[in-house]
Write a protein that binds this ligand. Structure first.
Ligand SMILES: Cc1cc2nc3c(=O)[nH]c(=O)nc-3n(C[C@H](O)[C@H](O)[C@H](O)COP(=O)(O)O)c2cc1C
Length: 132
């Protein structure tokens, strides 16, 4: 299963704390067979989670209650399909250029498929090129 959600970091969250989330996530995801990518734009998160359906759903339920972010909103999910981030227990990219795009997705009443596809492609480009 693949899932993309967007959210806003809690106000007091620092870059160092985001780094800690990423390190802990990599350890846990390695054990549970999850892969994916976290994008931090400065004022928003977007995250792709990939793995067995039950594993992704269990993590997402835990994640959505995490006080370190808010306004958690699923934009896209797909039951099957190949992993895009198969080599990343959690790829991490910081890209401020994507801020307005992700913020608009946070507020849009529905995420357009085009916008979602474009965002995932940009995240993949960033993580494959190792821009962070
Ligand atoms: C933006 C964001 C992304 C996260 N991504 C993951 C992740 O990919 N994997 C993971 O295990 N936890 C992730 N977490 C942390 C979980 O919300 C949770 O704290 C963690 O799984 C530990 O849960 P536990 O203390 O109940 O075991 C993320 C948290 C935030 C705020």
């Amino acid at each position: 299963m693949q899932l993309l959600y967007v959210s806003r970091p809690a106000e007091q969250l620092t870059h160092a704390e985001v780094q800690q989330i990423v390190s802990a996530s990599r350890r846990q995801n390695w054990h549970s067979g999850l892969t994916g990518c976290l994008l931090f734009t400065g004022s928003a998160f977007a995250q792709v989670l990939e793995g067995p359906v039950a594993t992704v759903q269990t993590l997402f339920e835990r994640l959505r209650g995490d006080a370190r972010h808010t306004d958690v909103r699923i934009l896209w999910s797909e039951a099957a399909g190949a992993r895009r981030f198969a080599n990343w227990t959690m790829g991490y990219v910081v890209d401020v250029d994507l801020d307005s795009e992700v913020v608009s997705l946070l507020h849009a009443s529905t995420g357009s498929d085009d916008a979602v596809r474009r965002l995932i492609r940009r995240m993949a480009d960033d993580v494959f090129l190792g821009t962070s």
